[in-house]
Design a protein around this ligand. Structure first.
Ligand code: SF4
Ligand code: SF4
Length: 515
């Protein structure tokens, strides 16, 4: 493990990790459930289009939905069985809304589909071929963002370094830590494939200094493989260091520009779980059909990490952890800072689900009544994105959307640090989330009205040019008739020629000439 120079990012909080109960148990596997509910939109971008029909038998790993656009991802059956429904079903999302899903009744045989050939000699493959495999396997960012990985791999050329993010800074979440401790070889193999896919020769894997077992396991795996292009860096455990911008700042001292992305300054970040999924997709031909989920909180009997098929209802995960305790009061997806409540445990596991917290009333205390802002500036001190949360709050409250843009609302990573720091208990992050949806809706409406105006103008121009062309044709015909007036022979020849033209067009099944 190397000890390079590290930098600090602005703000942030030292939080209690709360990973101890789950991180003391090995990863267990959840049995295949009777029904799998697979949402068609488990990723950032357009929902996938189903390619199966109700009544069709499917095999484990078979594609059941294809990407419907560039920013989209395939969905695969996570066990064998029969498609029994393609319908709207509640999904884990902050909106609490339903979305289209493919429902599979499993047959208990777990029969595999063998459509993706393993590619152990990936070093001979081009970057394009590797990206195509990653896309075919439906891999998305497993750190929670769920951005299609193949799209991210095509995002930039001339990169300086691949950064693998093992900085799981949010309280409760430890699925990446357990992956690194138990399967460091998978992360290493994924890093090697990613280096080949990006055509670069340097990778840094960042792990927080409060995860010494994960650090050591990975260092040992890299040493055993004799891999010199990949280094492991121990970074201080400060929330939200797992954010791409914050991690890049800590490792390199460089800032990703506002409204920019890491490739703009030569870096590409991937989560360690995503790297392992990329490695499995290429080396073993395995599409993304399962993931590791941390199930924890005082509301489950035995907190632990579980390898789960996508589409498995959350209730099955709780059962695999010994069931609910009598302290169970809240069900959350995600960690203590950025997680959101789930309506019930029938919701399915999706690609971006890294943690389920079954919290007691003591673990999530109700927020006390908000008081007026006293302009103390604590929120700005805590903000890792160097924003002015109190200004954003005032403009969000007043509905001044243009001012929010000026204050870089879209650089807010919704980390919740300002909420924790605010002595007035203002729900700042909630305001920012709401304001972002308002701005998106406004931009969408503007785009729609721009398109409608363009369509109207194009139609008006087309009608005017058709009228002009018709006017010119009539003028020419009138001129020709004038020239033949008094010359009966020429007049008859002109009429005969016109009739012949009409006849020829009809024989060719062409429409008559416009008048
Ligand atoms: S921390 Fe709260 S009270 Fe202080 S300036 Fe920010 S919003 Fe206002
Ligand atoms: S939620 Fe947004 S504004 Fe608040 S601290 Fe995090 S990045 Fe800054």
């Amino acid at each position: 493990m190397s000890k390079p120079r590290l930098w600090r990012f602005n703000g942030g909080l030292k939080l209690d990790a709360r990973t101890a109960p789950a991180a003391t148990q090995p990863i267990a596997t959840v049995p295949v459930p009777a029904r799998l509910i697979l949402p068609l939109s488990q990723h950032v971008g357009q929902p996938a289009d189903p390619v199966v029909a109700v009544g069709e038998r499917v095999l484990k790993g078979q594609p059941i939905a294809r990407p419907s656009g560039y920013i989209a991802a395939k969905v695969h059956a996570s066990s064998s069985g029969t498609v029994v429904e393609i319908c709207d079903h509640p999904v884990p999302h902050p909106s609490g809304l339903s979305a289209p899903c493919v429902v599979i009744e499993t047959d208990g045989r777990d029969e595999p589909w063998d459509g993706y050939e393993p590619l152990p000699a990936f070093g001979e493959l081009s970057a394009t071929d590797l990206r195509a495999r990653v896309r075919a396997a439906g891999v998305v960012g497993l750190g929670g963002a769920a951005f299609p990985t193949a799209v991210k791999l095509g995002a930039g050329s001339g990169l300086k370094m691949l950064i693998l993010n093992g900085a799981e800074c949010e309280p409760y979440i430890c699925c990446d830590e357990m992956l690194l401790r138990e399967r460091p070889g998978e992360v290493l193999a994924g890093a090697q494939v990613l280096l080949q896919a990006l055509e670069i020769g340097r990778c840094c894997i960042a792990i927080e200094d409060d995860k010494p077992l994960a650090l050591q396991a990975l260092v040992d795996a890299i040493r055993a493989a004799g891999e010199t292009r990949i280094e492991v860096v121990s970074v201080p455990a400060v929330y939200p260091e797992g954010g791409e911008r914050q991690l890049i700042k800590v490792l390199t001292g460089e800032e990703v520009p506002a409204r920019g992305v890491p490739p703009d300054i030569g870096y590409l970040c991937q989560n360690v779980g995503t790297a392992a999924a990329v490695g499995r997709a290429v080396l073993r031909g395995e599409p993304l059909i399962s993931r590791i989920v941390t199930v924890t909180g005082e509301g489950v009997v035995q907190p632990r990490n579980l390898e789960v098929r996508l589409g498995t209802p959350v209730a099955e995960l709780v059962r695999a952890c010994g069931g609910y305790t009598d302290r169970a009061a809240h069900l959350l997806m995600g960690g203590a800072m950025m997680g959101f409540p789930l309506s019930d445990d029938s919701l399915p596991v999706i690609k971006g689900m890294n943690c389920i917290v079954v919290a007691s009333r003591d673990e999530i205390r109700p927020r006390t009544a908000a008081m007026p802002c006293i302009r103390c500036g604590e929120c700005a001190e805590a903000c890792p994105a160097q924003l002015l949360p109190q200004q954003l709050y005032w403009h969000a409250r007043a509905g001044e959307l243009d001012r929010l843009d000026e204050y870089h609302l879209f650089d807010c990573i919704e980390c919740g640090c300002c909420d924790v720091a605010c002595p007035s208990q203002l729900p700042l992050t909630q305001y920012f989330r709401y304001a972002k949806t308002e701005l998106w809706a406004r931009d969408r409406d503007r785009t729609r009205s721009d398109l409608a105006r363009e369509r109207f103008e194009a139609r008006r121009d087309r009608i005017e040019s058709e009228q002009e062309a018709r006017r010119r044709r009539l003028e020419e015909k009138a001129k020709a008739v004038d020239q033949t007036r008094g010359d009966e022979h020429a007049r008859k020849a002109m009429i005969d020629a016109a009739l012949e033209r009409v006849q020829a067009r009809r024989e060719r099944n062409e429409p008559d000439e416009p008048r």
